[in-house]
Design a protein around this ligand. Structure first.
Ligand code: ZN
Length: 246
């Protein structure tokens, strides 16, 4: 089976559209690793789409915050403002759906799916040291994670951690062949708010028969998404950072 893995869509409808156009015909089901809402101007649209189209969804910290399940101690003012705005856009039924989203990691098809670290949904795995620490307590061969908004991930092999390569600026795809003797933490990158200096929407395709993961990027109408954020009265910086990809 080929799975389209999405995370950190953050209410960005234009970015999701770019991904779905680019990935059309290349997957059998969709998995979403959370942060469906927060930051972007189309939370309702995105929530409804995820609800209807995704075979598996785990919650993210912004989903929890909008649902009222997170005290938001680690949120800055901009994120808090976006949470309050987003909450006001959603219906009682939408909020109920967010409240009931399951916590990762969840196993499906031989892999684990989580928002942050598989050890703690709110923890970031960004450095080689983070991954090496995690592998002292976690021994599953394949886990997909989001949360950092940085595409790529880590491979644990022969007692050390290697960083996986995301596509370069002139590429739309980079393929990782999964070695049976190694373990992988794979971050498909953020659909709706990339923070790895590449403004293109990020996603991944996992093919379990070919045993490979394709990291992919898709261009989209960033200016339009930014304009919608400004028109909604959300913090200006949320629009600016989309254009920069950080
Ligand atoms: Zn996020």
């Amino acid at each position: 089976m080929r799975r389209l893995i999405l995370t950190d869509i953050h209410g960005n409808a234009e970015a999701l559209e770019g991904v779905l156009d680019a990935a059309s015909g290349s997957f059998d089901e969709i998995v979403c690793l959370g942060d469906i809402v927060g930051y972007g101007a189309a939370p309702r649209e995105i929530l409804q789409w995820v609800r209807e189209e995704c075979a598996l969804v785990v919650r993210g910290n912004h989903d929890k915050a909008v649902a009222g399940l997170d005290p938001m101690e680690e949120f800055n003012d901009m994120a808090r403002e976006a949470v309050a705005w987003t909450r006001a856009q959603l219906s009682a039924e939408d909020l109920e759906w967010l409240i009931n989203l399951p916590q990762g990691p969840i196993e499906r098809g031989g892999a684990d799916f989580a928002h942050g670290s598989p050890l703690d949904e709110d923890d970031y795995v960004v450095s080689i040291a983070d991954a090496a620490y995690l592998y002292q307590f976690y021994d599953r061969p394949l886990c997909f994670i989001g949360h950092s908004h940085v595409q790529g991930g880590f491979c644990w092999t022969g007692g050390r951690v290697l960083r996986l390569q995301q596509p370069r600026a002139h590429q739309v795809e980079s393929v990782v062949a999964l070695d049976e003797a190694a373990s992988y933490l794979i971050n498909p990158g953020s659909v709706g708010q990339p923070r790895d200096n590449d403004p293109r929407a990020a996603y991944a395709i996992w093919d379990d028969l070919k045993r490979q993961v394709e990291f992919r990027r898709a261009g989209y109408d960033v200016e339009h998404a930014a304009r919608r954020i400004r028109d909604a009265g959300l913090p200006e910086l949320l629009a600016d950072r989309l254009v920069l990809g950080r």
